[in-house]
Write a new protein. Structure first.
Lengths: 437, 205
């Protein structure tokens, strides 16, 4: 039975290739239908590295696997988006022999936070990296405590956790496991008073007293300590000791210089997390630093170019995930020049039919300063415009358009640097419209 | 005159963009040059319900909901008295569960934990309002009651979550009429957003 389902799965891979379908989940879906326990039937010989959490999983696993590939290691990785059990089954089918043996040295898995219960049990990761848990797709995930429980239940004693210690919320993963922490020391980009309103944690996970911050990096990330008990951020093993957004370099543990993709904090955390994980694998730290530095950046997540001599910044956001938009707000807030902001999306979710807009009010749009125009685009243009009004932007600075094409003249006639704060489904259309010049 | 708004448990009952309800109130008070104070109150604070013109409370995680209930219990009689005396309350999301028989015992309904979570977009007519109410439900609990609303004197409560006031111009007007004498409510974008949403949903069907 075991070999039959693997054989059928392999056949499904050949068929999907013939049909020229890119859907990487399909072979997994087919073979799971034949044998619902198929994921447990593979014989994994190498080291399984899992990355889970709300965002950045795809970027972090890519950093890890691309670094390993450049170092000539034998590695397999479920590429962006195929992070459910069926995506991982498809990956395994592709790389196993006919008996279900997977011989690769490293198996790097991006794991959907709600699927850890299926995936951890059968793949038994040696390392589990959690970079963040945020407000993300509430109709699917409800709130962060639900996601925390979903992951925490599936962490077993033998797993080595790699955790971002700057987020007090992630300290809830307090277990008897081996834990390696990473984090950022104070930098010139930190701030003293919270800039964000709707935070996931403001109180001690041990005694529920208020947390105090020496400084913040973003939302709840920073150097915190409890006002009552001994709980505090404390020291970390892998620390970023210097950060420079102008030349995109960071120094880790006062010694290793690493280049990163773009001048946003999540880019820094992604690299620091990947570096910390790779450091567990008996690879020279200088080699890790040099190799990560040499990787190409993902232009879909962040892009920068000129339009009529104006600077354009294209920031990729995820609808129903206020944290991604808040990152963009902090980014915009750092620029003191006159600015025009374009906000919009094709659809709120590609996953389900709900069109809730509550998350728009979790975003601190009031961090937008020195605004020429805010251009609201798409099927919910007035909903966006109304949100922007309530963030304190003058109504006569707010323009609405049904489509990006319709907004072209308004963008052209506006002033200042242009920031596209768009959902991922508007990134390419925006680049096609404005980036073509 | 100074309008005092109590935003209860602002730091722990802060899910689903519900702080937006406070932003909306502030916007229109400012727009009308009405003096106001927003009191951000939480577990360490002493509450004095007699001082407030409007009490607002929103959604939280189940853990935080329990902390809030535990703190609120000492004020049960105060809350009852103030509701009887026509104090204005706006309660959204799972906070409404705290006012039920099985919690503060202020109203008759109870709430029950379900095996399956209810996720629902709401676009529905209720008695007190002419136009449909827009909102969202994302709850593991169910109110043992035939509507998602509790409107009793000046207590406006709903199991719907989110920035109710930004989404429903009629509810906003209703609330403001009870809060203070107001000259103008600039709701032009609110009305357009409301219509846009209703039309959008009709076209999707």
């Amino acid at each position: 039975m075991k070999y039959i389902s693997i054989l059928f799965g392999k056949l499904a891979i050949i068929l999907t290739k013939l049909l020229n379908k890119k859907g990487t989940n399909l072979p997994g879906v087919v073979s799971k239908k034949i044998n619902k326990n198929i994921l447990s039937k593979f014989n994994i010989k190498g080291t399984v590295i899992a990355v889970t959490g709300s965002s950045g999983k795809g970027s972090i696993t890519s950093l890890i696997s691309n670094t390993l590939i450049k170092l000539n290691e034998d590695v397999i990785h479920n590429t962006y988006g195929s992070n459910l059990d069926t995506g991982i089954i498809s990956l395994f089918l592709k790389h196993c022999d006919l008996k279900g043996n997977i011989n690769s040295k490293y198996i790097v898995l991006e794991v959907d936070e709600r699927y850890t219960k299926y995936i951890f049990k059968d793949t038994k990761p040696k390392y589990v990296l959690i970079n963040n848990l945020s407000r993300d797709q509430p109709p699917r995930n409800m709130h962060f405590d639900f996601v925390f429980d979903a992951i925490n239940k599936n962490i077993t004693k033998d797993m080595h956790l790699i955790i971002n210690k700057d987020d007090p919320y992630l300290r809830k993963f307090i277990t008897n496991n081996k834990v390696t922490y990473y984090g950022i020391e104070d930098t010139k980009y930190s701030y003293k008073e919270s800039l964000f309103k709707n935070l996931n944690i403001t109180r001690c996970p041990l005694c529920n007293s208020k947390l105090n911050y020496k400084h913040y990096f973003f939302e709840t990330l920073g150097n915190y300590s409890c006002t009552k008990c001994n709980f505090k951020r404390g020291d970390v093993e892998y620390k970023l000791t210097d950060l420079n957004f102008d030349n995109l370099t960071m120094i880790i543990n006062n010694k290793y210089k690493v280049n990163f993709g773009f001048d946003m904090l999540f880019s820094v955390y992604n690299v620091l997390g990947a570096y910390t994980l790779l450091s567990q694998l008996n690879i020279k730290k200088s080699e890790i630093a040099n190799t990560i530095s040499s990787l190409e950046t993902n232009k879909k997540i962040f892009n920068k170019y000129k339009f009529n001599n104006r600077s354009v910044f294209v920031l990729n956001n995820k609808n129903e995930n206020a944290t991604t938009f808040n990152q963009s707000m902090l980014y915009i807030n750092r620029d003191n020049n006159l600015k025009t902001i374009v906000i919009g999306w094709k659809e709120i979710s590609r996953r389900y039919k709900y069109d809730d807009i509550s998350w728009l009010y979790d975003i601190d749009f009031n961090l937008m300063n020195n605004i020429d125009k805010v251009i609201c685009v798409g099927v919910h243009k007035y909903t966006i415009a109304n949100r922007i009004k309530y963030a304190g932007i003058d109504e006569d600075k707010i323009l609405v358009f049904d489509t990006l094409n319709d907004s072209y003249s308004a963008i052209k006639d506006s002033n200042g640097n242009i920031y596209a704060v768009v959902n991922f489904d508007y990134v390419e259309p925006f680049n096609a419209l404005i980036g073509g010049n | 005159m100074n309008i005092v708004i109590a935003h209860l448990y602002y730091d722990i009952l802060n899910l689903y963009g519900e702080s937006g309800n406070i932003d909306v109130l502030e916007y229109h008070l400012k727009d009308n040059n009405i003096k106001y104070t927003i009191k951000k109150l939480t577990l360490e604070d002493k509450l004095n319900f007699d001082e407030y013109d409007l009490v607002y409370m929103g959604s939280g995680t189940e853990n935080n909901q329990a902390y809030a209930l535990n703190h609120l219990k000492q004020y049960k009689e105060d809350i009852k008295k103030n509701i009887d005396n026509n104090k204005l309350f706006l309660i959204t999301g799972n906070s409404i569960e705290l006012f039920g028989k099985d919690a503060l015992n202020i109203f008759e309904f109870t709430s029950e934990k379900q095996d399956k979570r209810t996720v629902l977009e709401i676009n529905t007519k209720i008695d007190q309002f002419d136009s449909n109410i827009l909102g969202f439900i994302n709850q593991q609990t169910k109110l043992n009651k035939d509507t998602e609303f509790i409107i009793n004197k000046n207590f406006i409560g709903t199991h719907l979550l989110g920035p109710i006031l930004a989404r429903n111009p009629e509810v906003l007007k209703y609330l403001f009429n009870k809060l203070t004498i107001i000259k103008k409510l600039n709701l032009s974008l609110d009305e357009k957003a409301y219509k846009e949403y209703i039309n959008f949903k009709e076209n999707v069907k």
